[in-house]
Unconditional design. Structure first.
Length: 351
């Protein structure tokens, strides 16, 4: 997605949780976003409703934007279904010659009406998750001194992508040769490359992420975005394949302070962090020793004082560095990454 006149479709869902794709694109590619489309919130701004995006307007008609060139589906609902009531809006965008970009499991290219309209108007339908990955992992030609850091999760939808991007960006700010490796639709939209791991046939998950590693290991440090959680009853399979496919030297555990139950399954309590850390380390060790080197805390549910108290409790409980990448910055976690590289390879990445 290289457009710089993007309208993000969030119709009826303009909030940072349901529209987390919109939130992330606004945060990391805000300069490319012309507006958000939501007839129920027209006249407001992204900053008011999303907490990011500043004065980016929320519009109720595509006529309110000067020469938009792409419509991006801005939500990531459970199951990845396209809301039926959005279809007329998408057809209207196609009629205006706008490219349509979607990260949903519901592929635009499988809808005969959308395909016909796109062909009529010479418009491209881009399904970020669509892939033809058919390679298995071979565990060959991995660069020995390319440090692989993998963000892993306490649950789904807690900020693994954000933590990955923030740590990679902090390393770059320090002069390190770091690269964010996207494994989900939103990360791919932000970075411009990557692989939609949760939409790869299970036999090829390990090979798909290994392919990404091989393509990017000319960098000194790779920060590989995690997906789901080993403790999630629905999605643990993709987590395990991703973990074994990227064979990380170290991991960063991402968790949300204040969350007590599994995402989408409120009858199931979350696994305690120390137990889950041990599970990730043991499963990773089947292929290569790997330790959790720090924790990224999502403190959105807490005020500043509560967040700091919770951060300190988890740090004392685990004996590991814990930071909220928004409130504290990603510096403490970046420092642990550089420290691990020095320990493993005998040299730190110099700034």
């Amino acid at each position: 997605m290289r457009s710089n006149r993007i309208v993000i479709l969030t119709q009826g869902h303009t909030n940072p949780i349901t529209a987390k794709t919109a939130w992330a694109v606004l945060r990391y590619r805000g300069g490319d976003v012309a507006a958000l489309f939501d007839t129920t919130q027209a006249g407001k701004t992204a900053g008011e409703l999303m907490g990011v995006g500043g004065d980016t307007p929320i519009i109720g008609s595509l006529d309110d934007v000067d020469s938009p060139d792409a419509l991006l589906i801005g939500i990531a609902p459970m199951g990845g279904k396209l809301p039926a009531e959005w279809k007329p809006i998408i057809l209207s965008a196609i009629a205006r010659g706008m490219e349509i970009v979607s990260g949903l499991h519901d592929f635009l290219s499988n809808d005969e009406q959308l395909v016909a309209a796109a062909e009529q108007h010479g418009v491209q339908l881009v399904d970020i998750r669509k892939n033809n990955e058919r390679d298995v992992s071979n565990r060959l030609d991995l660069r020995e001194d390319c440090l692989r850091i993998h963000t892993v999760g306490h649950d789904c939808s807690i900020g693994k992508m954000v933590a990955s991007v923030e740590v990679a960006n902090e390393l770059k700010r320090q002069g390190q040769d770091a690269k964010f490796v996207a494994t989900g639709q939103t990360g791919i939209m932000i970075e411009g490359d990557g692989c939609p791991i949760d939409c790869v046939v299970s036999d090829f998950v390990n090979g798909a992420i290994e392919k990404q590693i091989l393509a990017q290991q000319h960098h000194d440090i790779l920060v590989i975005e995690g997906q789901a959680s080993l403790a999630h009853p629905r999605y643990s399979a993709v987590t395990a394949g991703l973990l074994h496919g990227c064979v990380p030297h170290g991991m960063i555990m991402v968790f949300e302070a204040g969350r007590t139950t599994v995402s989408g399954m409120p009858h199931i309590p979350l696994t305690p962090l120390p137990k889950l850390i041990a599970a990730y380390e043991n499963l990773a060790a089947l292929h290569m020793p790997s330790k959790v080197i720090g924790l990224a805390m999502n403190g959105r549910l807490l005020d500043a004082q509560q967040a700091e108290e919770h951060r300190q409790r988890v740090q004392d409980e685990t004996g590991l560095v814990v930071c909220d990448v928004f409130r504290d910055g990603a510096g403490p976690l970046a420092a642990e990454v550089v420290k691990l590289r020095a320990e493993l390879f005998g040299t730190a990445v110099s700034a």
